[in-house]
Design a protein around this ligand. Structure first.
Ligand code: ATP
Ligand code: MG
Length: 386
């Protein structure tokens, strides 16, 4: 391996600090996720107490740096150089970094000494470096600055960084277990899935389709949307489930048909929970967004479902969801035409549904057996090593 001119990448965990004794488990999951994400790259990874240090090969450097922006559980990451934890060495390396830095304007110097036993403190680092910079004609100002240099001194190494990036934050995917995501291919459910991943949930996607073959739905925009979300975390599972038996059984449910379809989706997800070792179902529903998503309907569809039912978008405005979808990168794919099963249900769905009626229709159409047979005809696709 050829090192990248002494440049390394240092990742900070942010919220993982709060996790007390579970912290080291979280960090191990994060390290596993980093290794999975960087497979194919050449790098060496060191897991330290309060940071992860990645030393990419020169050729892999830019691509590794790019991938750091898609990892949940990292609050910030920096392009960093190292020096011995000695005042003169720190000043020398920092001056070199300031001279090499792109851009114009004065520097602000931020110094932090994590190891308090060193003979110098952070004020001393700032004062020495400011003096040395002035001699070289490099401007330093704590208030009127356009660039920053961050110096962090641990027991054995000082990290000197000129570029700091904000990470995605959240928790490492998998650290909160798995969840079943009811995934539609619209704008909302990919965003809901992403938010679930942000809180450490690894997704098991369940998509209901009206195609003759499961493969047709896998090869549609559903497969590509799932692929886009894998950019954030590769490991996932997807169920492609046909709805023709449901469509037959639901004939005659009139204005309740769409609600029964939702009920069918939730019951299918519920049935998969045990197998997927999860107790959480995630949907992209938002209150009042479409006529069917009323308080009464959300209540009626979920009655008796044994699960934690999470609706991350329930209080979001559509414009907020769209902005998130654009940032995540799923928006353009989500708005492509697709014959979603919801769109083939009856036109004017019930708004103020009666929970008892839902249960009656469910019995009449033998929903439980429809669910079992739907699961039997599913196509399951897995990605990423477990
Ligand atoms: P989305 O943008 O996610 O499609 P929406 O605003 O269009 O949401 P609906 O179509 O009523 O609203 O769907 C609400 C939620 O029901 C979706 O977010 C998703 O969780 C679930 N859902 C809808 N259609 C399907 C489907 N075909 N397969 C699995 N889940 C679905
Ligand atoms: Mg939809």
């Amino acid at each position: 391996m050829k090192n990248a001119g002494g440049k390394i990448i240092v990742a900070k965990f942010g919220e993982l600090w709060l996790r007390g004794k579970n912290r080291s488990d979280y960090i191990s999951i994060l390290v596993g996720n980093i290794n999975m994400k960087l497979s194919g790259e050449r790098f060496v990874l060191d897991k330290l107490y309060d940071r992860i240090v990645i030393r990419p090969d020169e050729k892999s450097f830019e691509s590794v740096l790019q991938k750091m922006s898609t990892l949940f559980g990292i609050s910030a990451y920096e392009v960093t150089k190292e020096s011995a934890p000695k005042l003169q060495a720190i000043v020398k390396e920092s001056i070199r970094a300031m001279e090499d830095a792109k851009g114009k304007g004065a520097f602000r110097i931020n110094a932090h000494r994590a190891h308090k036993q060193h003979k110098f403190n952070s004020e001393k680092i700032v004062a020495e470096l400011a003096g040395a910079a002035e001699k070289k004609g490099i401007k330093v100002s704590p208030k009127k600055y356009s660039r920053e240099i961050n110096i962090s001194v641990t027991k054995d190494i000082a990290y000197i960084s000129m570029q700091r990036f904000k990470g995605l934050g959240g928790l490492p995917v998998g650290s909160s277990g798995r969840c079943i995501v009811l995934f539609s291919g619209g704008i909302d459910s990919p965003v809901a899935a992403w938010l679930a991943m942000k809180r450490g949930l690894e997704p098991v996607y369940v998509h209901m389709h009206a195609f003759p073959k499961n493969e047709d739905s896998q090869n549609s925009k559903i497969g590509s949307l799932i692929g886009m979300l894998s950019k954030y975390h590769e490991r996932h599972k997807a169920y492609y489930i046909p709805t023709h038996r449901f469509q037959m059984a639901a004939l005659g449910s009139g204005r309740y048909e769409l609600l029964m379809l939702k009920r069918f989706m939730l019951k299918t997800a519920e049935k998969l929970l045990e197998k997927e070792e999860s107790s959480m179902i995630v949907t992209g529903e938002s209150l009042g967004q479409v006529a069917s998503q009323t308080q009464a309907n959300l209540f009626a569809e979920e009655q008796g479902i044994k699960a934690s039912l999470i609706r991350p978008l329930v209080c979001f405005d559509k414009s907020e969801i769209v902005a998130l979808a654009k940032g995540i990168g799923t928006f353009d794919e989500s708005v492509k035409p697709y014959r979603d099963v919801c769109s083939i249900s009856a036109r004017h769905p019930v708004i103020n549904s009666d929970p008892e009626t839902v249960l009656k229709i469910e019995k009449r159409m033998k929903l439980d057996s429809v669910v079992s047979s739907a699961i039997k005809s599913a196509k399951i696709v897995e990605s990423g090593v477990r």
